[in-house]
Design a protein around this ligand. Structure first.
Ligand code: DAH
Length: 360
């Protein structure tokens, strides 16, 4: 029988020096495997007398247990080492600032359109749309603007070309969103409550005019609707939109072919040091046209004007965007200048609604 102490010392040292699990497993087989060093020594025990076996067996079993424990402990230590090494190399500094994200912005026209829709939705108005290329009947005649009417000239209309020999009146780029009134009533009848935001076109260009701009049309038709309803709806809208509780509107008698009576609506404002402030001061700024829908308009859309009446209004979206957000020049809206878009654009939807409350 070999000297147990030297077997012990040799193997414990080898286990302590094993660098990975593969080496450790090779050692285990070499010592405790079928033909391992200790297994072979165990076999010798079988050939001894019972007395000899008692003295030789106990230390050999103890050594076997000790080596087994050493193997298990070294395996655990190697796993710990491995984990520590990975933690050392695979780390991430979560305090580093992220790479800057290229973020786009919402155009003021989109933002304001969404705000207008949200506020009127709270008041029970649906959104309706119509085509940007209109027949002259929808854009003019149905709205009580016959061919010789001066309003046709005032509108700076863009006419579409007709094919040679086609002498029907030319189609137009719609000069206002009012034709959506006709289309909606003709399709859905009365009663109805809609707003119609969208693009409109007029041949005009200066600081406050561009050939394409945006309007929102409003229409409420029912039995027994009056100017009082119009006034309340517009006041409620302006309070929510401009976020001014005590907003003041002025209804000025005016004329539109498609309404009778007609009113232009001004909002109270002040100009202090070239700075426009809505809701205070002694100045008035025109923001929209409105009135009671003309019976002829109702009839053109197939609505019985002896039963139904209602109000309509038309408002410039770009114009109220300029007023609310202090944007001085309309032309810049459509220049696609990134510096302008980043400055006046909106990062998230910040929508005042009547239910959401006023933030000012
Ligand atoms: N269509 C008019 C324009 O473009 C605005 C307008 C005025 C619309 C009065 C209306 C209204 O519905 O009642 O200038």
């Amino acid at each position: 029988m070999q000297d147990l102490e030297s077997v012990r010392a040799k193997n414990l040292a080898a286990i302590a020096a094993a660098v990975d699990e593969v080496a450790l497993e090779a050692l285990r087989v070499a010592v405790l495997g079928k033909k391992g060093e200790i297994s072979l020594m165990m076999r010798v025990l079988g050939q001894m007398t019972p007395i000899e076996r008692q003295t030789a067996g106990a230390p050999l079993n103890a050594l076997k247990d000790e080596i087994n424990s050493a193997l298990v402990a070294r395996k655990a230590a190697l796993a710990d080492l491995d984990l520590a090494r990975r933690l050392e190399t695979e780390w991430l500094d979560v305090t580093l600032s992220p790479r800057p994200l290229q973020q786009g912005t919402l155009h003021p026209v989109s933002q304001v359109t969404e705000e207008v829709i949200a506020i009127f939705a709270d008041l029970g108005f649906k959104v309706a749309e119509g085509p940007q290329i209109e027949t002259d009947w929808y854009n003019f005649d149905a709205l009580n603007i016959p061919p010789e009417h001066p309003a046709r000239q005032e509108m700076d209309t863009f006419y579409m070309a007709r094919a040679e020999g086609d002498d029907r009146p030319p189609n137009v780029l719609r000069t206002h969103t009012s034709p959506v009134q006709i289309r909606y009533m003709a399709e859905h009848g009365a009663p109805c409550r809609i707003i119609a935001p969208g693009r409109v076109y007029r041949c005009d260009y200066d600081q406050t005019h561009t050939p394409m701009f945006h309007q929102v049309e409003g229409l409420a038709i029912d039995r027994g609707i009056s100017m009082a309803n119009l006034k309340w709806v517009l006041e409620e809208f302006c309070r929510a939109f401009f976020e001014i509780e005590g907003v003041e509107l002025r209804f000025r008698a005016s004329h539109f072919p498609f309404t009778e009576p007609s009113a232009e609506v001004d909002i109270r404002c002040s100009w202090v040091g070239g700075q426009l402030k809505i809701g205070e001061g002694d100045d008035w700024m025109e923001i929209l046209g409105s009135g009671m829908v003309h019976p002829k308009v109702l009839e053109a859309a197939g609505v019985d004007s002896t039963v139904f009446q209602g109000f309509a209004f038309g408002m410039g979206i770009d114009r109220i965007a300029m007023l609310k957000y202090g944007i001085p020049d309309l032309r810049a809206f459509f220049d696609s200048d990134l510096r302008w878009l980043r400055h006046y654009g909106f990062a998230t939807l910040d929508m005042p609604t009547i239910h959401g409350g006023l933030s000012a």
